[in-house]
Every structure is written in structure tokens, then in C-alpha cells.
Design a protein around this ligand. Structure first.
Ligand SMILES: [Zn+2]
Ligand SMILES: [Zn+2]
Length: 338
């Protein structure tokens, strides 16, 4: 490969980045050299640096080697992490559109032993064999088509959307539409984190569900509503609507945020006022269809109390759930040495 350093040099560099020499470094360097040459890229960190995107399918040692050889990084958006748990990577040439997926063959783990049968340590044999085994024995390559959407590309962010639940901003079209609202992924589908103090990120008024604790796909939810004369009359939906009115000073905008029509929002508010016997909203005059709306002190007080009891229940459910179903550390830590 002209313009590209040789294997030993690349390996030394990746060992420096990664912190130790391991079979994964050898594999990752060779994988990258193969992938790059297959898509006609000879100088990934120099003249070709804007023509390359790499998808890695595992977060293991070899990934650091791929990053070191190709110069692709998450921050530059040229390295894409697909959490498949497979020892594979796809190298894409943006100029020519060529893409090649390189997969480490499962058999290569066993065949490494044949190269160094006298080596006791299986891992040591792999480390040495991966340096000299022919590419065809180590890897399986295939030409693939990769559709990279504009929001995946390096360059300026595309779009900034405020999550209707937590109020945090979401870039690059990662928002999700759910029941007519735009949400961030954790609010829509559950995230990797849950707050421990009963306070959700952003306003607890806006958390989409009452779920607090989640481990893998295992979680607990609880639901709270208030009844009047045996009829449910206030719960999370109305809470969110009123909180949005409070935030925006507009019924129209609040209705849009919770994904219902203005008429429906208005009729909910009127019905609640009737049943509670208090005014919820003061309207200020404005232009056509405009005008402001403000929550009355009475309903602010009501919302504050509702929020407090909801937090308490959530916290109690969360703590008890963690006690009874909490995460158990996976027994037998499997050590993947590639
Ligand atoms: Zn390693
Ligand atoms: Zn959110």
C-alpha cells in the first residue's frame, strides 16, 4: 500500500493508543489494512481523510486499533458504533461509494493453535498467529451497500428539537414521534439511566411515564390518578397539559406540545374547572387566536401537591423494586480476549 505505513508501524501506534499489545490490536490493524485497501484508500489520515467512514460492530480491543489506523473517531462522526457484539467492521469510501465489510472468522480462533501447537497458552498462540495468518484465513470480506443519511454525516448538526417530555435538546434528527409529540429517545423508549433522587432530568412534570428503575428490559411502572366521587378526574395527561400552559402561557402551544387539539385542551380545562369549582386559567386578551393564558394560584398549588405525592410514590416504588429485583452482577465474567 503506497502512502500507508507498514503493519509493524501501525501496530506500534495502536498499542500506544490502546495501552497494551493484545490479539485485538493485531486483528484490528490487519482488519483495517484489508478494509482500506479493498475500498481504494491509501492515506486515511492524510489526503483521504474526508473520504472515509468506518462502522464498527463491537466495543472491544480491536476497535481501538481500527480507530488508530483509520484516524476515524466518534467525535468526527467518521467512526460509527453499531452495538452488534460482532467482530466486524465496514469501511466506506465516500467518494466512490464502495463499501466492504470485514468479519473476523470464528474458525481463526481455533486455527491459530495450528500455527503454534507448542505454545501452551491459547491466547499467546492467537497473538502470534494473527500476525502471520493469511488474510483469507483470518477474515471474510464482502462488498456491501451502506446508506448514510445526511444526519449521519460529518458537518454541521441537522436540526435541534426540544424533547416534549424532558425539555432537553436533541440534535441530528434523533427525536422520536410518539402520540403526536416529539421526544428524545430515552423519554420515548427508556434510557440507560434513571435518576436516583426521584427527580427526572428536566421537569418531573414532563416525564412521560412514572417508570424509574430499569435494568435491561426489566422495569417497574406505577400510575397515579385522582378521583372525585368515584370518577377519575385528574392524572398525568392533565398534569402535563396544565404544566405546559404554565410554561408557555398559551393553551394553544400547550395543546400542541401534549399532542391534542386546542378544542380538546380547552374542553378538558373547562370540565376540570367545573368539577373542582375553581378557575384554572386566566385568559388575557390578545390578537386573533392569540392572547395569553396563565395558571391561577389555586391550580399551581394543586399541581405542586400532585407532583409531590407522585414523586413520593415513585421513589418508594423505585426503592422497593430495586430491593426486590435489583441488578445482579452477571456471574462468570466472560473475558473476550480478541
Ligand atoms: Zn486489548
Ligand atoms: Zn426527553
Amino acid at each position: 500500500m503506497e502512502g500507508m505505513k507498514d503493519f509493524e508501524e501501525l501496530l506500534q501506534e495502536s498499542v500506544r493508543v490502546h495501552g497494551h499489545l493484545c490479539a485485538g490490536q493485531v486483528l484490528g490493524v490487519r482488519m483495517s489494512m484489508l478494509g482500506l485497501s479493498a475500498i481504494g484508500i491509501s492515506d486515511p489520515r492524510g489526503k483521504d481523510r474526508k473520504s472515509l467512514i468506518v462502522y464498527v460492530e463491537i466495543d472491544r480491543c480491536a476497535t481501538d486499533a481500527i480507530q488508530s489506523v483509520t484516524g476515524c473517531t466518534l467525535g468526527k462522526r467518521t467512526l460509527k458504533f453499531m452495538d452488534y457484539g460482532k467482530m466486524a467492521a465496514t469501511f466506506v469510501n465516500l467518494k466512490s461509494g464502495e463499501a466492504v465489510r470485514v468479519l473476523a472468522r470464528e474458525e481463526s480462533r481455533q486455527s491459530a493453535r495450528r500455527y503454534f501447537p507448542e505454545t501452551e497458552d491459547r491466547y499467546e498462540a492467537q497473538l502470534r498467529a494473527y500476525r502471520i495468518m493469511p488474510e483469507s484465513e483470518l477474515f471474510e470480506t464482502s462488498r456491501v451497500a451502506v446508506n448514510i443519511r445526511p444526519e449521519e454525516m460529518p458537518g454541521r448538526p441537522i436540526g435541534r428539537v426540544k424533547c416534549a417530555a424532558c425539555g432537553e435538546y436533541v440534535q441530528d434528527r434523533r427525536e422520536v414521534g410518539k402520540n403526536g409529540r416529539l421526544l428524545c429517545r430515552p423519554c420515548a423508549n427508556g434510557g440507560y439511566y434513571a435518576s436516583r433522587d426521584g427527580n427526572d432530568p428536566g421537569s418531573s412534570f414532563f416525564s412521560p411515564s412514572v417508570m424509574q428503575f430499569k435494568h435491561n428490559d426489566f422495569g417497574i411502572r406505577s400510575k397515579l390518578w385522582i378521583e372525585l366521587e368515584g370518577e377519575p378526574f385528574f392524572g398525568r395527561g392533565k398534569m402535563m397539559l396544565l404544566a405546559a400552559v404554565g410554561r408557555y402561557g398559551s393553551i394553544n402551544r400547550a395543546a400542541r406540545e401534549v399532542g391534542i387539539s386546542y378544542r380538546k385542551a380547552w374542553s378538558y380545562i373547562k370540565a376540570m374547572e367545573k368539577r373542582l369549582g375553581i378557575r384554572l386559567v386566566e385568559c388575557r386578551a390578545g390578537g386573533k387566536g392569540g392572547g395569553g393564558a396563565e395558571l391561577t394560584p389555586e391550580i399551581r398549588d394543586f399541581l405542586g401537591r400532585y407532583d409531590a405525592i407522585e414523586k413520593d410514590i415513585r421513589k418508594a416504588a423505585d426503592e422497593r423494586f430495586r430491593e426486590l429485583f435489583g441488578p445482579q452482577r452477571e456471574a462468570g465474567l466472560h473475558e473476550e480476549k480478541r
